[in-house]
Structure formats: C-alpha cells, structure tokens
Design a protein around this ligand. Structure first.
Ligand code: FPP
Length: 238
C-alpha cells in the first residue's frame, strides 16, 4: 500500500448507537468496539504503520453514568492484560496518555507495567488516550512550562505527547464531524477523515478506505504547491 501516513489517530465513536440499534446495553457496543481496536491494530502492523493512536476515554466521559464508566474502565484493564502477549509477539509498544488523577491505582499499575514491558518494542507504537482532553494537556503544559522559566521555543516539549509525531490523519467514526477536545494542539496540520460507519463496524476494510482517501490529499502546510514540490525534489536528492 502506498502513501501510508506516519501517524493515524482515531476518535472511536458510535459504540452506544451500535448497541442501541440492536436493543442491547451500551456496554455491548464497547465490547464490540474493542474487537475493532484489535482489527485496526492488526491492520496497522500488517501495513507497517509506525504510530496508531486511539481516543479511548475523554476527561468529559467521567460524567457518564457511573455503571458505564466502571464497565469501560474494567474493559480497559481487561484489554491491556489480555493483549499484552500480542503486543510482545508483534513488537508493539504501548503508551497510555491522559490525566492520571482520576484513574484507579490498580489500573495505573497495569498500565505502567504494560508500558514498561513494551518500551523497547519498535514495530508499531500504539498510543491510548485515556482520561485525556486537549485543553487539559495544554493547561498542564503551560503550568510546567512556567515553572521551568518559560524556555523560549520549548513549549511543545511540555505537552503529554512530546516525542510522538503529530497525527497525519485523524479518523472519526459515526458521522460526527468535530474534534471534541481531542488533540487540539497536535492536529494543527492533520488531515481529517469522517465516516458514517459506527466504531464497532469499523474494521480492516474501512481502515484501508480511510488510508486510500488520505493518499489523495495534497498537504501544503501553509506553503504553495510549488514550494512543496521543490522541497520534495530536494529531499529526494539528499
Ligand atoms: C464512543 O462511543 C466510545 C467510547 C467512549 C469508548 C471507546 C472504548 C472502546 C472502543 C473500548 C476498547 C478500547 C481500548 C483501547 C481497549 P459512544 O459510547 O460515545 O457512542 P455513542 O456516541 O453512539 O453513544
């Protein structure tokens, strides 16, 4: 496959509606959504994608009914424990990013253990955003930046994603077309792809279609097409 981005990020949306359409509890949608997560990770490995990130739980999601929050946290914990051998087998590094203050100590322990055990894996970096919001990220970065004496040109190094390249492609499922307080800073030049497919139905085929759509996009990063062509020619000569 040509034109594979370096980093694809996904806002996994529509689990609840998927369940509702089948007269099932919302959690069934989340469980089926976890299967889509597996399929997309598998596909990412197959095509050699370097970075895949997933918006698994926002800071705002803490406001959902407690029973759903508990079930989602238990699904996260179960998924991490269950998938750890797969991460090791396929050389996948797991990074979990978000506001740790609300997360249960047991889940934090499991997350830290999985991150430590997979830290040297280099085939795919899988980033799970958990208890994350873009405004929280910018705010915590601003506080730490000020504490460090506001070193010029270094603001970005205080963001929770420092070291991870910005997403080239952001996919959002379920027909919603907004960023919902996700990677506000990091999506400055990201290409967006929206699909009506609900997350539990988003599998390899849909993922492939999104990547094909990305390959047709012309990215100029605020420059002219001519400048981009010159830049590409220069880097081909290097
Ligand atoms: C949005 O659908 C989905 C979530 C808030 C949770 C996403 C979590 C998973 C897919 C579980 C597995 C994740 C990992 C990383 C193992 P929604 O509930 O907002 O759907 P709705 O808009 O139809 O109500």
């Amino acid at each position: 496959m040509s034109g594979i981005p370096n980093h694809i990020s996904i806002i996994m949306d529509g689990n609840g509606r998927w369940a509702q359409q089948r007269n099932k509890e919302r959690i069934h949608g989340h469980y089926e959504g976890a299967e889509s997560v597996r399929a997309c990770i598998e596909y990412a490995v197959e095509i050699g994608l370097p970075y895949l990130s997933l918006f698994a739980f926002s800071e705002e999601n803490w406001g959902r009914p407690q029973s759903e929050v508990d079930e989602l946290m238990s699904l996260m914990s179960k998924s991490i424990l269950q998938e750890l051998p797969t991460f090791q087998k396929y050389n996948i590094r797991l990074i979990v990013i978000g506001n740790r203050n609300h997360l249960e100590p047991k889940l934090l322990q499991e997350i830290d253990r999985a991150m430590e055990l997979t830290r040297d894996n280099g085939r795919l970096t899988l980033i799970v955003f958990l208890s994350y919001s873009g405004k929280w990220d910018i705010e915590q970065a601003a506080i730490r930046f000020a504490e460090a004496g506001s070193p010029e040109g270094k603001f970005e190094t205080f963001l929770s994603t420092y070291g991870i390249p910005d997403p080239d492609l952001l996919i959002r499922t379920s027909g919603e077309q907004r960023l919902s307080n996700y990677l506000l800073w990091q999506c400055a030049y990201t290409e967006f792809y929206f699909t009506d497919t609900l997350w539990p139905d988003f599998r390899k085929k849909e993922f492939g279609t999104a990547i094909e759509a990305f390959a047709t996009r012309k990215r100029r990063f605020g420059k002219t097409s001519e400048q981009i062509i010159t830049q590409q020619n220069d880097s081909n000569e290097d």
